[in-house]
Design a protein around this ligand. Structure first.
Ligand SMILES: NC(=O)c1ccc[n+]([C@@H]2O[C@H](COP(=O)([O-])OP(=O)(O)OC[C@H]3O[C@@H](n4cnc5c(N)ncnc54)[C@H](OP(=O)(O)O)[C@@H]3O)[C@@H](O)[C@H]2O)c1
Length: 279
């Protein structure tokens, strides 16, 4: 049964110009009228730090997908502004883009997402709003340049043998689109999204080398060295949040399993090997 009820549905995607948002907008194309929201979005400029533009951008929308800026210093405050505006605008359903394992006290940006989940559930029940939460594991596309051949060297500040349930961003976006188009079925659900296999970045690099003629390599730097080379554009807070995440990854595997993703997609999730280009 196709339960999508898109005709005439306006959906606002907050963070539409970012990596995740672009994938979600592409997945919704032709299935709903999409409003793309961000500071630089041409039609619907908004600012999550002030709340500017949010209510006007949400007015007339049935659903909102809230994707917070990566490593935002105060994601709960940004979400609160969006929820107030969504409620005032009469939005029926909010889908919140969280992360796998939000309650990880050693990672402040995960913990902020755990707080956001709790705030959303409380706000929605007080305001008779529908809600759904997605908790994706790390995207396979975080290693896009290695997978496409744009780059042949990968440098990470954590163990190259820690395992992840890498999930394809395309699969996450398709799941998000399905939920946004069938809000009633997914009201009150929290879904953890992983890919079909547990792999380390070492495994990804070795598989890319085996499947292509490319000579690819991975190197581990310590966090301070990595920040010195790659983290110059980040502020103090962003460095602290990212550094804590890298230390967490160094310490253990970060897994989510792929069965929920499979059930929501109605097909097997995309394995890493399917995203390797230039075979
Ligand atoms: N990468 C992963 O593996 C992964 C896995 C699970 C969850 N996540 C989560 O996914 C979320 C999105 O990550 P991403 O990499 O897609 O982010 P991104 O590429 O940095 O995109 C951020 C978006 O937010 C907008 N934005 C930034 N500041 C804003 C503000 N003050 N007001 C309004 N819009 C603002 C940006 O557009 P403008 O600059 O035009 O405003 C952009 O559209 C993050 O919360 C991250 O934790 C990521």
């Amino acid at each position: 049964m196709n339960s999508e009820t898109a005709c005439g549905t306006d959906i606002a995607v907050v963070g539409a110009t970012g990596k995740t948002g672009k994938a979600v907008v592409a997945a919704l194309e032709g299935r709903a009228t999409v409003r793309q929201l961000s500071r630089t979005a041409l039609d619907h400029p908004i600012d999550l730090d002030t709340g500017e533009g949010l209510k006007a951008a949400f007015t007339g929308c049935t659903g909102v997908y809230f994707i917070a800026p990566n490593l935002h210093p105060d994601e709960p405050a940004a979400l609160r502004r969006a929820l107030e505006a969504a409620s005032e605008a009469g939005v029926d359903h909010v889908l919140y883009h969280s992360v796998a394992w939000p309650y990880s006290p050693r990672m402040p940006h995960h913990l902020d997402k755990a707080r956001c989940e709790d705030d959303l559930r409380a706000f929605a029940s007080r305001h008779e709003m529908r809600w759904t939460i997605l908790q994706p594991c790390a995207y396979t596309q975080n290693f896009e340049s290695i997978l496409t051949g744009e780059s042949t060297d990968l440098v990470v500040p954590y163990s190259t043998e820690s395992k992840f349930s890498f999930v394809s961003l395309g699969d996450v976006a398709e799941v998000a689109a399905r939920i946004l188009l069938a809000a009633e079925e997914h009201h009150g659900a929290t879904y953890e999204l992983g890919g079909p296999e547990a792999m380390s970045v070492g495994d990804v690099v070795r598989l890319t080398g085996e499947m292509t003629s490319r000579s690819v390599a991975v190197e581990q730097l310590d966090v301070a060295q990595w920040m010195h080379t790659f983290g110059q554009s980040l502020g103090v807070d962003g460095r602290a949040r990212l550094g804590a995440m890298f230390e967490f990854y160094d310490d253990r595997d970060f897994l989510a399993g792929g069965m929920v993703t499979k059930a929501l997609l109605g097909r097997d999730p995309t394995p890493v090997r399917a995203l390797i280009r230039g075979l």
